[in-house]
Design a protein around this ligand. Structure first.
Ligand code: KG4
Ligand code: ZN
Length: 305
């Protein structure tokens, strides 16, 4: 069976075809990063209009170059509503025109299942950490469709905190990778930033206080203090990583599970990966970096499952 997947929830247009026998057979991604860079964040209306321009030619290319789809899977949400509508409308129309089913996919479930696409994929059950620009979740995944929410953010997502702090440091959008690069040039230790909610039981997260602490710290920096900027980047990254790792440890302990899967854009962070790999009694898995961020392949795959 061939599933054509369409992703348009935010600022990436993704189209892919998953073959039930041989896996991913066609995959294309267009990132709108350049379009939004001058605004320092995703502009929803621009995102929707750009998906409208890019999506149809990408789907046409898939139909020409890949095996004909038996099912169309599109991201139904959560995401930017105008952006989602473009993918949903095209996906539904394509399926109706070909008289095949269209399946709406939950974007977060697709992120959570993405690690299973890989050759040496982990098996259920596992704990999933989903850390992206819009979400920070810990989920106990017992089987397909059997998910228990262990914790979520009470305010900002981890990626959002990375992006906002990066913008305080005048780093380009998207801030996460740029901040990580700057952090790698410093040992940190200059700013005492909070590790929110570590003193409370449970697996919920909060990043808005940390973001505010970073704002006050950034105000102390003198113009031209490049070492200070790097130290703040490092101290901020350390605070996020400490918090995420502590909650993952708690989630593994409370569920008694031995596998942790980390997905979403922030899971591309190399120092987070290193820290999570050091968690005791846990096998930790990360999807390929390209599968961590938004893509059409994970939507096609979730549709196939
Ligand atoms: O999953 P994703 O591509 O899109 C959403 O669904 O949000 O995640 C994007 C987020 C952005 O906030 C970006 O700054 C962050 O992931 N990100 C990173 C890194 N790479 C991407 N954050 C920290 N370190 C990275 N290396
Ligand atoms: Zn995403």
């Amino acid at each position: 069976m061939h599933v054509l997947g369409i992703e348009t929830s935010c600022d990436e247009t993704g189209v892919a075809v998953w073959d039930g026998d041989s896996g991913l057979v066609w995959d294309r991604l267009f990132s709108q990063i350049d379009l939004h860079a001058e605004y320092g964040g995703v502009v929803p209306e621009l995102a929707a209009r750009d998906h409208l321009q890019r999506l149809a030619p990408m789907v046409e290319a898939a139909l020409e170059e890949a095996p004909a789809p038996d099912v169309v899977a599109y991201t139904a949400g959560p995401g930017l509503v105008g952006a989602l509508l473009v993918g949903a409308a095209l996906g539904q129309a394509l399926a109706a025109g070909r008289n095949i089913p269209a399946i709406g996919i939950n974007h977060l479930e697709a992120h959570l299942l993405a690690p299973l696409m890989e050759a040496d994929a982990p098996d259920f059950p596992f704990v999933a950490l989903l850390v992206s620009g819009g979400h920070t979740l810990l989920v106990e995944a017992r089987g397909l469709g059997e998910y228990k929410l262990l914790g979520t953010t009470l305010d900002d997502a981890a990626g959002e905190a990375f992006d906002k702090t990066a913008s305080l440091l005048d780093l380009p959008y998207p801030g996460g990778p740029a901040l990580a690069k700057l952090a790698a040039t410093s040992e940190g230790g200059r700013f005492k930033l909070p590790r929110p909610l570590l003193d409370r039981p449970g697996c919920d997260f909060s990043f808005s206080g940390l973001k505010t602490a970073a704002l006050y710290a950034a105000r102390e920096l003198q113009p031209g203090d490049t070492e200070g900027r790097a130290a703040l980047a490092r101290d901020f990254e350390d605070a996020v990583i400490d918090t995420l790792a502590a909650k993952c440890k708690r989630a593994l302990e409370s569920t008694g599970l031995g596998t942790l899967v980390a997905a979403g854009g922030v899971a591309a962070n190399q120092r987070l990966r290193t820290r999570l790999r050091e968690l005791p009694n846990a096998q930790v898995r990360f999807p390929d970096t390209g599968l961590c961020t938004d893509n059409g392949a994970m939507i096609a795959y979730a549709g196939w499952l």
